[in-house]
Design a protein around this ligand. Structure first.
Ligand SMILES: Nc1ncnc2c1ncn2[C@@H]1O[C@H](COP(=O)(O)OP(=O)(O)OP(=O)(O)O)[C@@H](O)[C@H]1O
Ligand SMILES: [Mg+2]
Length: 245
């Protein structure tokens, strides 16, 4: 963890231990052991490693044969966030190619973007009709939300968050600003990777999620790539994780 010499350690707070990434992945994937889809989010200030972490989650889910197909919505920049998968410029593209990871980009240079709702609908069809274990990976959750983030504009993304679990459908997302998400996301997620957050987001998270004091103390000090795992129904395990490069 990045230590800030200007900030003396508070007495009475636990020192976080380092945990292995295998352990973090085990927590994220744990619901599948009960045949329940996992719902995993990553929160943190810009550039703190949320997308980097989701690349590892996608790779591990496929390597461990936990998931048959990953559908990634990745329309953010001129370069893909998920360059390793089958890059699709349309939903029809996904029907071709053997790669189980389909990355929906649209075309950044012509403004022909693919709506997250279309990707989620494809995922729902594959879950219901083909009985495939599908993971919907929404690069930026705000693409499925209204301005301000309090309502869903993509009903099928909401379905992935709330209902796909029964068919072992899994759902991943990233968010920079925790204030800008619908409240139910906190209850529907099985794990949330919390990367470094800004102080004003911290106050919101503390009051909304009733975070442990120790976690609140650690969150603003995390270095890029470091994260803690929030599990809605459990106390913090006191571990800080770091994804490999
Ligand atoms: N554990 C890590 N090891 C090495 N590089 C990392 C690690 N985590 C993040 N990075 C690098 O830091 C940069 C920013 O990471 P990333 O794109 O994942 O941030 P982000 O939180 O998704 O940001 P944004 O909110 O802007 O999308 C990237 O170049 C990424 O490769
Ligand atoms: Mg990102």
């Amino acid at each position: 963890m990045a230590t800030d010499p200007a900030q003396p350690e508070k007495p009475g707070l636990v020192r976080p231990e380092k945990g292995s990434c295998a352990e973090a992945l085990g927590l994220i994937f744990a619901p599948l052991k009960q045949k329940d889809g996992f719902r995993h989010g990553a929160i943190g200030a810009p550039g703190t490693g949320k997308t980097h972490g989701l690349r590892k989650v996608v790779a591990a889910a496929l390597e461990q044969h936990l998931i048959d197909v990953v559908l990634t919505h990745d329309v953010k920049g001129a370069d893909p966030d998920f360059p390793d998968g089958h890059q699709c410029t349309s939903i029809e593209d996904a029907l071709h190619g053997e790669d189980p990871h389909k990355v929906f980009r649209g075309d950044f240079y012509t403004d022909r973007l693919i709506d997250v709702e279309e990707v989620a609908q494809l995922g729902k069809r594959l879950l219901q009709r083909e009985r495939l274990r599908v993971m919907l990976n929404v690069g930026e959750l705000k693409d499925a939300l209204s301005d301000g983030g309090r309502a869903w504009t993509s009903p099928t993304t909401l379905w992935f968050s709330a209902q796909a679990r029964a068919l072992q459908g899994c759902f991943c997302w990233t968010v920079q600003q925790p204030k800008r998400v619908p409240d139910e996301i906190w209850d529907q997620s099985t794990t949330i990777s919390m990367h470094r957050v800004l102080k004003r987001s911290l106050n919101y998270l503390r009051s909304t999620l009733e975070l442990d004091d120790e976690m609140v103390y650690v969150l603003p000090q995390l270095a890029r790539g470091e994260f803690v795992v929030y599990q809605p129904e459990l106390d913090w395990n006191g571990r800080v994780y770091m994804w490999p490069p």
